[in-house]
Design a protein around this ligand. Structure first.
Ligand code: MN3
Length: 214
């Protein structure tokens, strides 16, 4: 809720090296993400009606936000929410595979973990312009992959995001320049499937579609 504050990174700036080096993490977290938090607070400051709402609630119903600030909340609020999920999506020290309920759901909805990997990497690497690649679930727990442009968040489309890959150039350009595919494939090995399994478990236990807020 307002005022929004930066969440601490769940690991040190050097933790994802050499895939994501300290300089890239530092700019991404301390400049880009910080900028979204500051801008979201600036936009919401005079609009006290929204000060009691969580970010998730704001992004779930953008059509209910005052038209004057709606696009700014979608852009900056999405920038905050999406990055926070991205920090938590990564962090595995060694490549992991999903376990538990999420593993069963992946086999059910994609055929296999390898087919999910193929599909999500394809979306993330071929997405035109700035955006995100996502693994989401709906209120029935069914999984899907999707891409969004800019800072658009799947919450606004009635889906609950379980993990995300940032494919804005600012996420990789310092280290990978134009080699987005190399960045995405390297990130795949850092995915924290334990975290995603927990998030999925929470989501399917809240059948009323309020998910983690319930
Ligand atoms: Mn980013």
């Amino acid at each position: 809720m307002y005022p929004f504050v930066m969440i601490p990174l769940p690991y040190v700036l050097t933790a994802l090296g050499p895939t994501i080096d300290e300089r890239s993490m530092d700019y991404h977290y301390n400049k880009h993400y910080a900028g979204y938090v500051d801008n979201l607070n600036r936009v919401l400051k005079p609009k006290t009606t929204y000060h009691t709402m969580t970010l998730e609630k704001l992004l779930r119903n953008p059509q209910k936000i005052d038209i004057e600030i709606r696009q700014d909340v979608i852009n900056f609020g999405g920038g905050v929410y999406n990055h926070e999920l991205f920090w938590h999506t990564l962090g595995a020290q060694v490549p992991q595979k999903p376990t538990g309920k999420i593993a069963l759901a992946i086999d059910r909805d994609f055929g296999s973990f390898e087919l999910l990997q193929e599909k999500l990497i394809k979306i993330a690497t071929s997405w035109f312009g700035s955006g995100w690649g996502w693994l989401c679930c709906n209120s029935n727990g069914t999984l899907s992959v999707m891409g969004t442009s800019n800072q658009d968040c799947p919450l606004s489309q009635g889906l609950y995001p379980l993990m995300t890959l940032d494919v804005w150039e600012h996420a990789y350009y310092l280290q990978y320049q134009n080699r987005r595919t190399d960045f995405v494939k390297a990130c795949w090995n850092l995915i924290d499937w334990q975290f995603i399994q927990q998030r999925y478990k929470q989501a399917i236990e809240c059948r009323d579609n309020t998910h983690v807020e319930c």
